[in-house]
Design a binder for this molecule. Structure first.
Ligand code: CP
Ligand code: NVA
Length: 310
Protein backbone atom coordinates (compact mmCIF):
# COMPACT_ATOMS: atom_id res chain seq x y z
CA UNK A 1 0.00 0.00 0.00
CA UNK A 2 1.33 3.42 -0.99
CA UNK A 3 1.74 6.63 1.01
CA UNK A 4 -0.59 8.21 -1.52
CA UNK A 5 -3.47 5.86 -0.70
CA UNK A 6 -6.73 7.77 -0.28
CA UNK A 7 -5.22 11.07 -1.44
CA UNK A 8 -6.48 13.26 -4.28
CA UNK A 9 -4.44 14.36 -7.28
CA UNK A 10 -5.66 17.89 -7.93
CA UNK A 11 -2.28 19.52 -8.52
CA UNK A 12 1.35 18.42 -8.20
CA UNK A 13 1.81 21.29 -5.73
CA UNK A 14 0.41 18.83 -3.17
CA UNK A 15 2.87 16.05 -4.07
CA UNK A 16 6.40 15.78 -2.68
CA UNK A 17 9.42 15.12 -4.90
CA UNK A 18 9.57 11.64 -3.44
CA UNK A 19 5.92 10.92 -4.23
CA UNK A 20 6.45 12.09 -7.81
CA UNK A 21 9.50 9.85 -8.19
CA UNK A 22 7.56 6.92 -6.73
CA UNK A 23 4.73 7.38 -9.23
CA UNK A 24 7.24 7.57 -12.10
CA UNK A 25 9.02 4.41 -10.93
CA UNK A 26 5.71 2.56 -10.66
CA UNK A 27 4.69 3.81 -14.11
CA UNK A 28 7.93 2.46 -15.60
CA UNK A 29 7.30 -0.88 -13.91
CA UNK A 30 3.70 -1.03 -15.20
CA UNK A 31 4.90 -0.14 -18.68
CA UNK A 32 7.34 -3.07 -18.54
CA UNK A 33 4.60 -5.44 -17.40
CA UNK A 34 2.32 -4.24 -20.17
CA UNK A 35 5.04 -4.72 -22.78
CA UNK A 36 5.76 -8.21 -21.49
CA UNK A 37 2.08 -9.04 -21.84
CA UNK A 38 1.82 -9.75 -18.13
CA UNK A 39 -1.68 -9.71 -16.68
CA UNK A 40 -1.86 -7.55 -13.56
CA UNK A 41 -5.32 -6.84 -12.14
CA UNK A 42 -5.03 -5.34 -8.65
CA UNK A 43 -8.04 -3.06 -9.28
CA UNK A 44 -10.48 -5.94 -9.85
CA UNK A 45 -13.90 -4.92 -8.58
CA UNK A 46 -13.01 -1.20 -8.48
CA UNK A 47 -14.78 1.48 -10.51
CA UNK A 48 -13.58 4.88 -11.70
CA UNK A 49 -16.18 7.54 -12.58
CA UNK A 50 -14.89 9.89 -15.29
CA UNK A 51 -16.74 13.21 -15.58
CA UNK A 52 -16.06 15.29 -18.69
CA UNK A 53 -17.17 18.90 -19.06
CA UNK A 54 -14.76 19.40 -21.99
CA UNK A 55 -13.80 17.15 -24.93
CA UNK A 56 -10.92 14.66 -24.68
CA UNK A 57 -9.19 11.98 -26.69
CA UNK A 58 -6.10 10.99 -24.68
CA UNK A 59 -7.37 11.47 -21.13
CA UNK A 60 -10.61 9.65 -21.71
CA UNK A 61 -9.17 6.70 -23.60
CA UNK A 62 -6.04 6.26 -21.47
CA UNK A 63 -7.95 6.33 -18.16
CA UNK A 64 -10.58 3.95 -19.47
CA UNK A 65 -8.03 1.52 -20.93
CA UNK A 66 -5.88 1.86 -17.80
CA UNK A 67 -8.75 0.78 -15.58
CA UNK A 68 -9.51 -2.15 -17.88
CA UNK A 69 -5.89 -3.30 -17.87
CA UNK A 70 -5.74 -3.14 -14.07
CA UNK A 71 -8.85 -5.31 -13.83
CA UNK A 72 -11.23 -2.50 -12.88
CA UNK A 73 -14.07 -0.72 -14.59
CA UNK A 74 -14.66 2.87 -15.66
CA UNK A 75 -17.73 4.98 -16.39
CA UNK A 76 -17.65 7.77 -18.94
CA UNK A 77 -19.99 10.50 -17.71
CA UNK A 78 -20.62 13.49 -19.93
CA UNK A 79 -21.65 16.34 -17.66
CA UNK A 80 -24.51 17.21 -20.02
CA UNK A 81 -26.02 13.81 -19.34
CA UNK A 82 -25.57 14.05 -15.57
CA UNK A 83 -27.94 15.99 -13.33
CA UNK A 84 -25.03 18.48 -12.93
CA UNK A 85 -26.12 19.68 -16.36
CA UNK A 86 -29.54 20.49 -14.86
CA UNK A 87 -28.21 22.23 -11.80
CA UNK A 88 -27.51 19.50 -9.22
CA UNK A 89 -24.63 20.78 -7.13
CA UNK A 90 -21.06 19.54 -7.30
CA UNK A 91 -21.25 18.83 -3.56
CA UNK A 92 -24.29 16.57 -3.89
CA UNK A 93 -22.81 14.85 -6.94
CA UNK A 94 -19.62 14.17 -4.97
CA UNK A 95 -21.52 12.73 -2.00
CA UNK A 96 -23.65 10.49 -4.21
CA UNK A 97 -20.83 9.17 -6.43
CA UNK A 98 -18.81 8.40 -3.29
CA UNK A 99 -21.48 5.78 -2.45
CA UNK A 100 -21.02 3.95 -5.75
CA UNK A 101 -17.50 4.22 -7.11
CA UNK A 102 -13.92 4.05 -5.79
CA UNK A 103 -12.49 7.19 -7.41
CA UNK A 104 -13.55 10.11 -9.58
CA UNK A 105 -11.59 11.62 -12.45
CA UNK A 106 -12.92 14.96 -13.65
CA UNK A 107 -12.12 17.36 -16.50
CA UNK A 108 -13.70 20.72 -15.85
CA UNK A 109 -13.30 24.49 -16.12
CA UNK A 110 -12.62 26.45 -12.90
CA UNK A 111 -10.05 24.79 -10.64
CA UNK A 112 -12.24 25.70 -7.66
CA UNK A 113 -14.81 23.20 -8.97
CA UNK A 114 -12.46 20.25 -8.58
CA UNK A 115 -11.49 21.49 -5.11
CA UNK A 116 -15.15 21.57 -4.18
CA UNK A 117 -15.71 18.09 -5.59
CA UNK A 118 -12.71 16.76 -3.66
CA UNK A 119 -13.90 18.46 -0.50
CA UNK A 120 -17.26 16.69 -0.55
CA UNK A 121 -16.13 13.35 -2.01
CA UNK A 122 -14.99 10.69 0.44
CA UNK A 123 -12.97 8.92 -2.29
CA UNK A 124 -9.88 10.02 -4.28
CA UNK A 125 -10.43 12.71 -6.93
CA UNK A 126 -8.08 12.93 -9.91
CA UNK A 127 -7.64 16.02 -12.05
CA UNK A 128 -8.09 15.21 -15.75
CA UNK A 129 -7.50 18.92 -16.57
CA UNK A 130 -8.88 22.16 -15.23
CA UNK A 131 -8.38 25.69 -16.53
CA UNK A 132 -5.34 25.92 -14.22
CA UNK A 133 -3.77 22.50 -13.98
CA UNK A 134 -3.10 19.24 -15.84
CA UNK A 135 -1.04 17.12 -13.43
CA UNK A 136 -1.45 13.76 -15.23
CA UNK A 137 0.00 15.33 -18.35
CA UNK A 138 3.04 16.66 -16.48
CA UNK A 139 3.73 13.24 -14.95
CA UNK A 140 3.63 11.66 -18.43
CA UNK A 141 5.98 14.41 -19.62
CA UNK A 142 8.48 13.65 -16.84
CA UNK A 143 8.39 9.93 -17.64
CA UNK A 144 9.02 10.69 -21.32
CA UNK A 145 11.92 13.03 -20.62
CA UNK A 146 13.44 10.49 -18.23
CA UNK A 147 13.17 7.71 -20.81
CA UNK A 148 14.83 9.83 -23.48
CA UNK A 149 17.43 11.72 -21.44
CA UNK A 150 18.05 9.16 -18.66
CA UNK A 151 17.78 11.87 -16.03
CA UNK A 152 15.55 14.75 -14.93
CA UNK A 153 17.75 16.78 -12.62
CA UNK A 154 19.75 19.35 -14.58
CA UNK A 155 17.69 19.01 -17.77
CA UNK A 156 16.85 22.32 -19.40
CA UNK A 157 13.18 22.45 -20.38
CA UNK A 158 11.80 25.41 -22.32
CA UNK A 159 8.07 25.82 -22.75
CA UNK A 160 7.18 28.28 -25.51
CA UNK A 161 3.62 29.60 -25.65
CA UNK A 162 0.68 30.29 -23.38
CA UNK A 163 1.20 30.34 -19.61
CA UNK A 164 -1.74 27.96 -19.26
CA UNK A 165 -2.77 24.80 -17.36
CA UNK A 166 -0.12 22.69 -19.12
CA UNK A 167 2.58 25.29 -18.45
CA UNK A 168 1.58 25.48 -14.78
CA UNK A 169 1.77 21.73 -14.21
CA UNK A 170 5.00 21.39 -16.12
CA UNK A 171 6.67 24.17 -14.16
CA UNK A 172 5.64 22.62 -10.84
CA UNK A 173 6.68 19.13 -11.94
CA UNK A 174 10.05 20.38 -13.20
CA UNK A 175 10.75 22.33 -10.02
CA UNK A 176 9.97 19.29 -7.85
CA UNK A 177 12.44 17.05 -9.71
CA UNK A 178 15.22 19.61 -10.13
CA UNK A 179 14.71 20.29 -13.83
CA UNK A 180 15.28 23.85 -15.07
CA UNK A 181 12.11 25.29 -16.56
CA UNK A 182 11.74 28.44 -18.62
CA UNK A 183 8.35 29.66 -19.76
CA UNK A 184 8.60 31.96 -22.80
CA UNK A 185 5.24 33.64 -23.32
CA UNK A 186 3.75 36.87 -24.67
CA UNK A 187 3.23 39.76 -22.25
CA UNK A 188 -0.13 39.30 -20.57
CA UNK A 189 -0.09 35.51 -21.00
CA UNK A 190 2.22 34.61 -18.12
CA UNK A 191 1.60 31.66 -15.83
CA UNK A 192 -0.44 32.59 -12.75
CA UNK A 193 1.53 34.11 -9.92
CA UNK A 194 0.65 31.44 -7.36
CA UNK A 195 2.01 28.72 -9.67
CA UNK A 196 5.25 30.63 -10.23
CA UNK A 197 5.55 31.15 -6.47
CA UNK A 198 4.98 27.46 -5.75
CA UNK A 199 7.46 26.45 -8.45
CA UNK A 200 10.11 28.81 -7.11
CA UNK A 201 9.50 27.48 -3.60
CA UNK A 202 9.90 23.86 -4.73
CA UNK A 203 12.96 24.78 -6.79
CA UNK A 204 14.68 26.12 -3.68
CA UNK A 205 14.76 22.54 -2.40
CA UNK A 206 15.93 20.91 -5.65
CA UNK A 207 18.19 23.56 -7.20
CA UNK A 208 16.06 23.96 -10.34
CA UNK A 209 16.01 27.33 -12.10
CA UNK A 210 12.50 28.66 -12.80
CA UNK A 211 12.28 31.51 -15.32
CA UNK A 212 9.49 33.42 -17.03
CA UNK A 213 10.55 35.42 -20.08
CA UNK A 214 9.07 37.08 -23.16
CA UNK A 215 11.96 36.24 -25.52
CA UNK A 216 11.56 32.78 -27.08
CA UNK A 217 14.79 32.89 -29.17
CA UNK A 218 16.91 33.60 -26.14
CA UNK A 219 15.00 31.10 -24.00
CA UNK A 220 15.61 28.08 -26.25
CA UNK A 221 19.40 28.50 -26.40
CA UNK A 222 20.87 25.22 -25.13
CA UNK A 223 17.48 23.62 -24.45
CA UNK A 224 17.29 19.85 -23.96
CA UNK A 225 13.50 19.89 -24.30
CA UNK A 226 11.26 22.31 -26.20
CA UNK A 227 7.59 22.05 -25.32
CA UNK A 228 4.56 23.86 -26.61
CA UNK A 229 0.76 23.71 -26.37
CA UNK A 230 -2.18 25.20 -28.23
CA UNK A 231 -2.58 28.97 -28.26
CA UNK A 232 -6.30 28.76 -27.55
CA UNK A 233 -7.30 26.37 -24.80
CA UNK A 234 -10.72 24.78 -24.37
CA UNK A 235 -13.13 27.43 -23.15
CA UNK A 236 -11.19 30.34 -24.76
CA UNK A 237 -12.60 29.92 -28.26
CA UNK A 238 -13.92 33.49 -28.40
CA UNK A 239 -10.31 34.78 -28.00
CA UNK A 240 -8.86 32.61 -30.74
CA UNK A 241 -8.47 35.29 -33.40
CA UNK A 242 -6.60 37.65 -31.11
CA UNK A 243 -4.44 34.85 -29.79
CA UNK A 244 -3.52 33.79 -33.32
CA UNK A 245 -1.80 37.12 -33.87
CA UNK A 246 -0.40 37.67 -30.35
CA UNK A 247 1.29 34.25 -30.30
CA UNK A 248 2.76 34.31 -33.83
CA UNK A 249 6.29 35.24 -32.58
CA UNK A 250 6.10 32.21 -30.25
CA UNK A 251 5.66 29.61 -32.95
CA UNK A 252 8.01 26.64 -32.57
CA UNK A 253 9.56 26.35 -36.04
CA UNK A 254 12.84 25.28 -37.67
CA UNK A 255 14.40 28.66 -37.11
CA UNK A 256 13.65 28.63 -33.37
CA UNK A 257 14.77 25.06 -32.70
CA UNK A 258 18.17 25.73 -34.35
CA UNK A 259 19.20 27.34 -31.07
CA UNK A 260 18.47 24.31 -28.94
CA UNK A 261 20.98 21.50 -28.25
CA UNK A 262 21.69 19.23 -31.24
CA UNK A 263 19.91 16.38 -29.48
CA UNK A 264 16.96 18.42 -28.21
CA UNK A 265 13.59 16.73 -28.02
CA UNK A 266 10.26 18.29 -28.92
CA UNK A 267 7.18 17.60 -26.79
CA UNK A 268 3.53 18.69 -27.03
CA UNK A 269 0.66 17.47 -24.87
CA UNK A 270 -1.55 17.27 -28.01
CA UNK A 271 -3.91 17.97 -29.68
CA UNK A 272 -1.59 20.03 -31.94
CA UNK A 273 -2.33 22.58 -34.61
CA UNK A 274 0.35 22.29 -37.28
CA UNK A 275 1.14 25.73 -38.68
CA UNK A 276 0.06 27.51 -35.49
CA UNK A 277 1.99 26.79 -32.27
CA UNK A 278 4.30 24.34 -34.08
CA UNK A 279 5.22 23.78 -37.69
CA UNK A 280 4.84 20.35 -39.28
CA UNK A 281 8.59 20.14 -39.95
CA UNK A 282 9.24 20.27 -36.18
CA UNK A 283 6.43 18.11 -34.79
CA UNK A 284 6.91 15.50 -37.52
CA UNK A 285 10.73 15.49 -37.22
CA UNK A 286 13.01 12.89 -35.65
CA UNK A 287 13.36 15.22 -32.61
CA UNK A 288 9.67 14.90 -31.81
CA UNK A 289 8.49 12.29 -29.29
CA UNK A 290 4.90 13.43 -28.94
CA UNK A 291 3.40 9.97 -29.49
CA UNK A 292 5.67 8.29 -26.96
CA UNK A 293 4.58 11.12 -24.65
CA UNK A 294 0.89 10.51 -25.36
CA UNK A 295 1.43 6.78 -24.82
CA UNK A 296 2.94 7.46 -21.43
CA UNK A 297 -0.34 8.98 -20.23
CA UNK A 298 -1.60 5.41 -19.95
CA UNK A 299 1.30 4.21 -17.83
CA UNK A 300 1.49 7.14 -15.41
CA UNK A 301 -2.26 7.17 -14.92
CA UNK A 302 -2.25 3.46 -14.13
CA UNK A 303 0.43 4.26 -11.55
CA UNK A 304 -1.71 7.08 -10.13
CA UNK A 305 -4.80 4.88 -9.93
CA UNK A 306 -2.84 2.15 -8.15
CA UNK A 307 -1.15 4.60 -5.77
CA UNK A 308 -4.41 6.30 -4.76
CA UNK A 309 -6.54 3.15 -4.60
CA UNK A 310 -4.46 0.34 -3.09
N1 CP B 1 -3.30 16.00 -23.72
C1 CP B 1 -4.58 15.77 -23.39
O1 CP B 1 -5.00 15.87 -22.23
O2 CP B 1 -5.37 15.38 -24.44
P1 CP B 1 -6.96 15.21 -24.46
O3 CP B 1 -7.55 16.58 -24.41
O4 CP B 1 -7.22 14.51 -25.77
O5 CP B 1 -7.39 14.38 -23.28
N1 NVA C 1 -4.21 23.86 -22.76
C1 NVA C 1 -5.05 22.91 -23.45
C2 NVA C 1 -4.61 21.51 -23.15
C3 NVA C 1 -5.41 20.43 -23.82
C4 NVA C 1 -4.95 19.04 -23.43
C5 NVA C 1 -6.50 23.14 -23.06
O1 NVA C 1 -6.75 23.38 -21.87
O2 NVA C 1 -7.35 23.09 -23.92
Amino acid sequence: SSSLKGKDLLTLIDFSSEEIHDVLALAAELKQKQRAGERYTPLAGKTLAMIFEKPSTRTRVSFEVGMTQLGGHSLYLNSNDLQIGRGETIADTARVLSQYVDAIMIRTFAHSKIEELAHYATIPVINGLTDDDHPCQALADLLTIYELKKKLKGIKLVYVGDGNNVAHSLMIAAAKVGMDCTIACPIGYEPKENYVKEAVKAAEQTGAAITVTHDPSEAVVGADVIYTDVWTSMGQEQESEERLSVFQPFQVNEQLVQKAKDDYIFLHCLPAHRGEEVTADVIDSAHSFVFQQAGNRLHVQKAILLSLLV
